[in-house]
Design a protein around this ligand. Structure first.
Ligand code: ADP
Ligand code: MG
Ligand code: MG
Length: 521
């Protein structure tokens, strides 16, 4: 028993220490790294496409290089990108700073005499700019000017960018992004949880120090239980999503025995653990409101992509190191075919997310389910009957009137009387939170996990004993594993390169090393 405890302590120490990375040490190790040459420029160019949104807005490295290009070429281009940056800050700022930023934008960009005057505007946008003042400076007007600025950038500046050495650099990064990923790419740390097909453990990318969680799916067990199709679906849905409130996928690869999904590390633990395993049961009301706001934002994001989540429960909501939460485990999520709306689907089958969400709010406050007490032994049929027929009771003292009211509105027996997942409702319930800032991840969490605590059960509780020795893998299985193992996911990988400093380092090595790349067609 003591030895088991010792194993856990050692595992925890290594895991916690890895999170306090020494950046200077890593930087030294990276001094010899250089960007690869794009092997076949024309093929690479065809693969990245010509879409402005993808190349200059969605992909973080693409966005950076396009900005660098704009700043380095013509004053008008530089003004446009600086203006967009300031406008963005203004849009998400809190009241006091917002006014200052507004004044700054007016004097720096909107006066014909100032150095960064945005003189490229034409037609309606130019007219708006001409009459712009402290009095009519609002979202609607600024949206129009923002759009006109983007239209301007999409034209000649974008075409010039595609011919520049900055875009050549982008293709080099894309070449780097395509590298093959194996176990050797990571250090592995303790197990954090266990899923149906294997364990989830913490890993760290060797050359950047970035920590992730790696969900391992045992290949033989997948085959035995026929889980391949669902595993691929989970991976394909995860790689499409880029949200602050849903677990993001960074890499998908395989080894001899497992398929691996490398995702955001949520080292703050899951909500089930917080509700039941940390002393006093339940979670403080301000935290409940904050998490619920983030969860609904995540759900709305999924719905906007026609994805239905279907697995809403506290153990699937995970906290990161800062105390923000994300939805995890998209193994049950489905993408609705075009044309079918979510309301239709939910109305007939009844697995609509908000309905289950209110159950979640209830459980966070009361540390029990609305229709099933904590540890109550009761048949599933009876829980179903209560859900359909009984009125919800609120015996727990922490339910305040607005919360009871909200839960009751979600709990209406008839679908037509039940509140849906709409913006008005969110506004009403989350009065205390600025949702615009929350959506951008700018609202401070009410509670922050301690950096010296591991919010997971002891490692010995996750021991994996069974091995499917009777299952043979064949050629067809290998093809499937290859389809799954696509390596780095663009947006997440590029974020990792920027945040770890690798992007800046490699770009400057390159600048100092060789002379400028040849211009090319
Ligand atoms: P399954 O689909 O097989 O249920 P999950 O995705 O739910 O697998 O993962 C199993 C467990 O691993 C979770 O309950 C959680 O405790 C832990 N876990 C999963 N993803 C992460 C993550 N990104 N960060 C930290 N722990 C995680
Ligand atoms: Mg799960
Ligand atoms: Mg699952």
């Amino acid at each position: 028993d003591d030895l088991v405890g010792m194993d856990n302590l050692v595992a925890n120490t290594a895991y916690l220490r890895a999170q306090q990375i020494d950046r200077t040490e890593l930087r030294k190790q990276r001094l010899t790294m250089t960007l690869p040459k794009p092997r076949r420029c024309s093929a690479q160019q065809a693969a990245v496409g010509q879409k402005y949104e993808s190349l200059c807005e969605q992909q973080p490295i693409g966005k950076k290089l396009f900005q660098q290009f704009l700043l380095a070429s013509k004053p008008q281009y530089a003004a446009a990108t600086m203006f967009l940056e300031e406008l963005n800050k203004w849009s998400f700022a809190e009241d006091q700073t917002r006014e200052k930023l507004q004044q700054h934008i007016l004097t720096e960009f909107c006066q014909p005499a100032s150095k960064c005057f945005i003189s490229y505007l034409r037609g309606e946008a130019a007219e708006i700019l001409h009459h712009l003042s402290n009095k009519n400076f609002d979202e609607e007007q600024m949206d129009k000017i923002r759009e006109a600025t983007k239209d301007f950038l999409k034209g000649k500046p974008f075409l010039e960018y595609l011919q520049s050495s900055f875009f050549y650099r982008f293709l080099q990064w894309k070449e780097f992004e395509k590298q093959k990923i194996t176990d050797k790419y990571f250090y592995e740390f303790r197990t954090l949880g266990r899923g149906g097909f294997g364990e989830v453990c913490a890993v760290q990318v060797k050359h950047t120090g970035q920590m992730y969680a790696c969900k391992k799916l045992n290949k033989r067990r997948l085959k035995k239980k026929g889980g391949e199709r669902l595993a691929l679906l989970e991976k394909q849905i995860l790689e499409k999503i880029n949200s602050l409130f849903i677990i993001n996928l960074a890499y998908a690869y395989d080894n001899q025995t497992h398929l691996c999904l490398v995702m955001d590390l949520m080292n703050g633990g899951d909500l089930k653990f917080h509700i039941y395993n940390l002393g006093k049961r339940g979670i403080r009301m301000d935290r409940v409101i904050y998490y619920t706001a983030q969860i609904t934002t995540g759900i709305l994001h999924l719905h906007s992509m026609n994805i239905v989540y279907r697995d809403m429960k506290p153990e699937n909501v995970l906290l990161d190191g800062k105390g923000q939460c994300r939805l995890s485990d998209l193994g049950l999520a489905v993408e609705l075919p075009m044309g079918k709306t979510i309301c239709q689907k939910a109305g007939t089958t009844g697995y609509m997310a908000p309905e289950i969400l209110r159950q979640d709010i209830y459980e966070m406050v009361a540390a029990r389910l609305p229709f099933k007490d904590f540890r109550e032994k009761v048949q599933n049929d009876e829980v179903t009957r209560r859900t359909l027929e009984d009125k919800c009771k609120f015996e727990h003292k922490d339910f305040d009137a607005p919360t009871k009211d909200l839960i009751n509105r979600f709990l209406k027996k008839k679908v037509e009387n039940r509140l849906g997942c709409n913006a008005d409702l969110r506004q009403a319930f989350f009065q205390s939170i600025n949702l615009h800032r929350l959506e951008a991840g700018l609202v401070e969490p009410p509670w922050v996990p301690k950096s010296n605590v591991v919010y997971a059960k002891d490692t010995n509780e996750f021991k994996d004993v069974s091995e499917e020795v009777d299952i043979q893998l064949n050629h067809k299985d290998e093809n499937f594993f290859q389809e799954f193992s696509t390596g780095a996911v663009s947006i997440q990988w590029q974020k990792e390169m920027i945040e770890s400093g690798v992007f800046d380092e490699l770009n400057s090595h390159q600048m100092n090393g060789q002379s400028c790349e040849p211009r090319w067609k």
